[in-house]
Design a binder for this molecule. Structure first.
Ligand code: C2E
Ligand code: CA
Ligand code: CA
Ligand code: CA
Length: 279
C-alpha cells in the first residue's frame, strides 16, 4: 500500500510541476507576444435594433501567434490577470482603439462609439482614470465616443473604491457599461448605486430566445426595468433573425452578435463601416 501511495504521490507532483511549467511557458510567451506586437484588437459591430445601422463596436483583444495562429482571450486573459500582464494588455487595447477611432474620424468614416473591456484587476491595481486621460490626450480621441465595459462582480467587490473612479470617467465624458448583465448576483436596484450608462444583457439570455419562456420574460424584464433607469440596453450574442425580431418588439436599443458579424480584424471592419465600399 505504501508503495502505491508513494507511487501516486510522485505522479501527482509530476503533474503539478508539469502544470507549473506550462504556466510559466505561457506567461513567457505572453510577455514575448506583448514585446513583439503580436497582440492586436478586433472589432465587433454594434447595431441599432430598429434600423440595423452600425452605431458602435466592441474592441476584443486577439493574440496572433506566428506558429499557433489566433489565440482567443479565453486562453490568456485569466493568466494575464494573475500575472499582472493585464495592465499592459489593457493599456495596449485602449491605445489601439483610440488611435484607430481618431484615424477613422480623419477618414470621414461614420462616428462610432468604441467600447473597451476593463478587467477587475485594472479597477483595483491600475490608476484607470489617469491612464485613460493620458491615452485620450495622446491619441486625440474624443471621450464622448469611448465606452468602458466592466462586469457586475468587478463593481460589486470594491464598491467604495470603484464609484469615484466611475464618476471621474463620466465627468470626462466617457460612458460606462455593465457587461454580462444577469450572470452575477446583483439586481437592477443595486446597480442604481453606480453611475452607469449602458447595460449589456448577457448572451446566455439570448440563447433561450425564442424557445425558452423564462429567457423571454427575463429579457423583457431587464429591458423595461433598464429603460426605467435610463440605461441604454445592448443585447449580446444575437445570432438569429428571430432573436432580433423579439428585441425589436421589446424596444431594445442595440444588438451585437454573429447575425451581423463576428469580431473582425481592422481592415475588414473598416470595409464593413465604410459607406463608399458598400455600394
Ligand atoms: P465579452 O466581453 O462578453 O465579449 C463578448 C464575447 O462574445 C466575444 O468573445 C465575442 O467574440 C463573443 N461573441 C460575440 N457575438 C457572439 C455570438 O453571436 N455568439 C457567440 N456564441 N459568441 C459571440 P471573445 O472575443 O472570445 O472574448 C471573450 C471574453 O474575453 C470577453 O467576453 C471578455 O470578457 C474577454 N476579453 C476580450 N477582450 C478583452 C480585453 O481587451 N480586455 C479584457 N480585460 N478582457 C477581454
Ligand atoms: Ca465585453
Ligand atoms: Ca459580454
Ligand atoms: Ca463575457
Amino acid at each position: 500500500a505504501k508503495q502505491t501511495k508513494r507511487g501516486s504521490f510522485t505522479l501527482y507532483s509530476q503533474d503539478m510541476s508539469e502544470t507549473l511549467k506550462q504556466r510559466l511557458e505561457m506567461e513567457n510567451a505572453l510577455r514575448d507576444a506583448l514585446q513583439h506586437g503580436h497582440l492586436t484588437v478586433y472589432f465587433q459591430p454594434q447595431c441599432n435594433v430598429q434600423n440595423g445601422h452600425v452605431t458602435g463596436a466592441e474592441a476584443l483583444v486577439r493574440w496572433l501567434d506566428p506558429d499557433k495562429g489566433l489565440i482567443p482571450p479565453s486562453d490568456f486573459i485569466r493568466l494575464a490577470e494573475e500575472t499582472g500582464l493585464i495592465e499592459q494588455i489593457g493599456e495596449l487595447v485602449l491605445r489601439q482603439t483610440c488611435e484607430l477611432g481618431t484615424e477613422w474620424r480623419a477618414r470621414n468614416l461614420p462616428a462610432l462609439k468604441l467600447s473597451v473591456n476593463i478587467s477587475p484587476y485594472q479597477l483595483r491595481f491600475v490608476n484607470l482614470v489617469d491612464m485613460t486621460r493620458r491615452i485620450l490626450a495622446e491619441t486625440g480621441f474624443t471621450a464622448e465616443w469611448l465606452e468602458l465595459e466592466m462586469t457586475e462582480s468587478a463593481l460589486m467587490e470594491r464598491e467604495q473604491e470603484v464609484i469615484p473612479q466611475l464618476v471621474a470617467l463620466q465627468e470626462m465624458g466617457i460612458s460606462i457599461a455593465i457587461d454580462d448583465f444577469g450572470t452575477g448576483y446583483s439586481s437592477l436596484a443595486y446597480l442604481k448605486n453606480f453611475p452607469l450608462d449602458t447595460l449589456k444583457i448577457d448572451r446566455s439570455f439570448l440563447e433561450g430566445i425564442p424557445a425558452n419562456r423564462d429567457s423571454r420574460q427575463l429579457t423583457q424584464t431587464i429591458i423595461s426595468l433598464g429603460h426605467n433607469l435610463n440605461y441604454k440596453i445592448v443585447a449580446e450574442g444575437v445570432e438569429t433573425q428571430a432573436q432580433l425580431d423579439f428585441l425589436k418588439q421589446l424596444g431594445c436599443d442595440t444588438y451585437q452578435g454573429y447575425l451581423k458579424s463576428p469580431p473582425l480584424p481592422v481592415q475588414a471592419f473598416m470595409k464593413l463601416i465604410d459607406p463608399q465600399q458598400q455600394r
